[in-house]
Design a protein around this ligand. Structure first.
Ligand code: ADP
Length: 205
C-alpha cells in the first residue's frame, strides 16, 4: 500500500452522490478492467466497445496503457515497482471516471494479481462497480500477432522484463468475464462485454 505522505489534509464531502450522477447520465459508472498479455486484443476490443457504447447513447471513455505512459505516467518504467505505481495511479483515475458516472474501459497488461486486487479494493471501498475482464490467449498466438514487433524484440533480448517472456503474467483466477481472443472475434468479445454490462445492470441508472 502506498504511504500517505501529506499531512493536515481533510476529505471535503460534496453534495452530489455517485447515485445521483448515475441517474443524471442514465447508466451506472463502472470500471471495465481489461487485463492480458500484450497483443491479446485489449486495446482493439476496448476501441470497438467504446464506439458501440457511444452509438447506444452511453458515456464511455478509454484509458489505454501506452497512452497513459505518454502523459500521466511518463515518469514510470517497467520495473515491478513502477508497474505497481502505474496500475495504482490508473486505478485511481479509472475510479474517478467511474464515480463520475462514466463506463471507464481500462486496458492495461496489469500482470500482477496484487496490483489488480488493489484496484478492485479501491473501487469496492468507494462503492463503485469493478468488472475484471481477462483478455486471454496462448502466448504463441500473441507472439504470432505481435502488432508492434515487441515480442520479436523481447526474444532478441532488446527489451528486458517483457511480460510472458522474461516477466510473469499472473492470470486472474476469478474474473467477471473471460474472453478467449484466439477463439472469439472482436465482435464476439464486444457482444460478451455488452451482455456482461447488461447482466450487471450497468446500462441503466
Ligand atoms: P493489446 O492491447 O492487448 O496489446 P492490441 O489490441 O494492441 O492488443 O493488438 C491485438 C492485435 O491482434 C491487433 O492487431 C488485432 O487486430 C489482432 N487480433 C486478431 N484477432 C483478434 C481478436 N479475435 N480479438 C482481438 N484482437 C485480434
Amino acid at each position: 500500500m502506498t504511504e500517505q505522505l501529506a499531512t493536515n489534509i481533510t476529505w471535503h464531502e460534496g453534495e452530489v452522490s455517485h447515485a445521483q450522477r448515475n441517474q443524471s447520465l442514465g447508466q451506472k459508472g463502472a470500471t471495465l478492467w481489461m487485463t492480458g498479455l500484450s497483443a491479446s486484443g485489449k486495446s482493439t476490443i476496448a476501441v470497438a466497445l467504446e464506439q458501440v457504447l457511444l452509438q447506444q447513447g452511453k458515456h464511455a471513455y478509454r484509458l489505454d496503457g501506452d497512452n497513459i505512459r505518454h502523459g500521466l505516467n511518463k515518469n514510470l518504467g517497467f520495473s515491478a515497482e513502477d508497474r505497481a505505481e502505474n496500475i495504482r495511479r490508473i486505478g485511481e483515475v479509472s475510479k474517478l471516471f467511474a464515480d463520475a458516472g462514466i463506463l471507464s474501459i481500462a486496458s492495461f497488461i496489469s500482470p500482477y494479481t496484487a496490483d489488480r486486487d488493489l484496484v478492485r479494493k479501491l473501487h469496492e471501498d468507494a462503492g463503485v462497480a469493478f468488472i475484471e475482464v481477462y483478455v486471454d490467449l496462448p502466448l504463441e498466438v500473441a507472439e504470432s500477432r505481435d502488432p508492434k514487433g515487441l515480442y520479436k524484440k523481447a526474444r532478441a533480448g532488446e527489451i528486458k522484463g517483457f511480460t510472458g517472456i522474461d516477466d510473469p503474467y499472473e492470470a486472474p483466477t476469478n474474473p467477471e468475464l473471460h474472453l478467449k481472443t484466439h477463439e472469439m472475434s472482436v465482435e464476439d468479445s464486444v457482444r460478451a462485454l455488452l451482455e456482461c454490462l447488461q447482466d450487471n445492470n450497468l446500462l441503466e441508472a
